[in-house]
Design a protein around this ligand. Structure first.
Ligand code: NIG
Ligand code: FE
Length: 411
């Protein structure tokens, strides 16, 4: 099956296969091709070039993209889209003056979602989650990482990871699974933190590894959640089971989580709303991708990741949604890209790089996703007819997507 997209106004993020991430000043450069064609064979990109050099070949389908822009699908490297119910009431409580922390301290927050998840059947969780997955696919996301972390029991965590596995089997979007048993201490272990960590390491991890249910391990390293020492202990155990760390750090406090992540060669360190100069320093010359989650900052009214300082320091940066019921009930990567430009002062080029190639890197898939490169997955966004790609962040509330392609097929 071959598809040829012709008359593309501008083809974005055209890269050599050797580019797996972009850092610092490179982030401002978005290589593009104007008046282009793109050839797709089965589920892969097979060729592209200027319309002036369009090869004469027979294809199964031709798509005319006159006036439209084509780019690689968004790579959303941080989500919690498998969950039960919602936390609308906590949203209203926050409007009325309570803080996220106060809500968590009264047994709400993550524990509220964990209670709901453990009371909901696997089938029902699957059905609620698939609706969110379908929503983000239509919003242009072509690869997504999904975390567990609302089970906080062996059964609950396994249930979540099986749902992620089922979604991955049933949908053309690329999915990576992360085990986040260390998201919060469950009530049953309120006064026995060591007991819960032992349960994660000695009971959950072996079962998850045996059933190949996760690619990565995550820990919420934060005051009131998991300490740096506990985070290191859990990362170390995860690594022994073949799970690379991707961790939650510096959301509310800078307590050394970034340094711990770097020490264990984490694939990514995510959130980064509160950054000290030494945190930026620690990320220099490492393989760890910093990931910003601007929709979370927006929804909780907390600081935005200091993108300008980080890019000026030569660091790479990825953007993701953090789609979850408590801090970010939105999986819209278009909004993330716009908010990164508007609130974090990233340029459109930087934000698009952060949401494609660097997002792919933060899920360990940048050799197959995140750019227009021969041999990479044909997961694409085709925009409506727009004046330029600046419209993507500029017209921040509009849906500018005409269609999406996943695995070489228009979805
Ligand atoms: O990434 N910070 C930790 N975890 C989630 C929020 C979890 C929740 O409130 O349900 C986050 O923001
Ligand atoms: Fe998160």
């Amino acid at each position: 099956m071959t598809t040829l997209i012709v008359n593309i106004k501008e083809l974005l993020q055209v890269r050599e296969a050797s580019v797996l991430k972009v850092s610092g000043a490179e982030m401002a450069v978005l290589p593009t091709l104007k008046n282009a064609y793109l050839l797709i064979k089965d589920d892969l990109i097979a060729g592209f070039g200027s319309m002036d050099d369009l090869p004469k070949i027979a294809v199964d389908t031709t798509i005319d993209a006159t006036g439209k822009i084509v780019l690689p699908s968004w790579c959303d490297s941080h989500t919690h889209i498998v969950y039960a119910g919602n936390r609308e009431q906590e949203f209203v409580d926050r409007i009325n003056g309570m803080t996220y922390e106060e809500i968590a301290n009264r047994g709400g927050g993550i524990l509220n979602s964990a209670k709901k998840l453990n009371e909901t059947s696997e089938e029902e969780i699957y059905n609620q989650s698939k609706a969110r997955l379908e929503e983000v696919m239509y919003l242009g996301t072509g690869a997504v990482e999904i975390k567990s972390g609302y089970g906080l029991t062996i059964d609950g965590e396994l249930k979540m990871l099986r749902v992620i596995q089922q979604l991955s089997k049933n949908y053309p979007i690329t999915i990576k699974a992360t085990f986040l048993g260390a998201h919060a201490f469950p009530l049953a272990f309120k006064d026995n933190k060591k007991g819960y960590i032992d349960c994660i390491i000695n009971e959950m991890l072996p079962e998850i590894a045996k059933n190949k249910l996760a690619d990565f391990i995550d820990v919420f390293c934060e005051t009131g959640y998991f300490t740096v020492e506990e985070t290191e202990q859990i990362m170390e155990a995860g690594i022994q089971f073949g799970l690379k760390p991707k961790i939650h750090v510096n959301q509310f406090n800078s307590i050394g989580g970034i340094q711990a992540g770097v020490k264990y060669n984490a694939l990514s360190v995510d959130h980064l709303e509160i950054m000290k100069p030494e945190d930026i320093e620690a990320l220099k010359n490492t393989e760890t991708m910093p990931v910003a989650l601007p929709s979370c900052s927006y929804f909780l009214s907390i600081p935005y990741t200091p993108a300008r300082e980080m890019i000026a320091a030569g660091l790479p940066l990825a953007l993701a949604t953090d789609y979850n019921p408590g801090s970010t009930p939105s999986g819209n990567m278009n909004f993330v890209v716009a908010t990164a430009c508007i609130k974090m002062k990233m340029t459109p080029e930087e934000a698009i790089n952060a949401a494609t190639i660097n997002g792919a890197y933060a899920m360990g898939i940048s050799s197959t996703h995140g750019s227009i490169t021969i041999g990479k997955k044909a997961n694409l966004i085709i925009t409506k007819s727009i004046p330029s790609y600046y419209q993507l962040p500029y017209a921040f509330g509009s849906n500018l997507i005409d269609s999406v392609m996943l695995d070489g097929k228009i979805y």
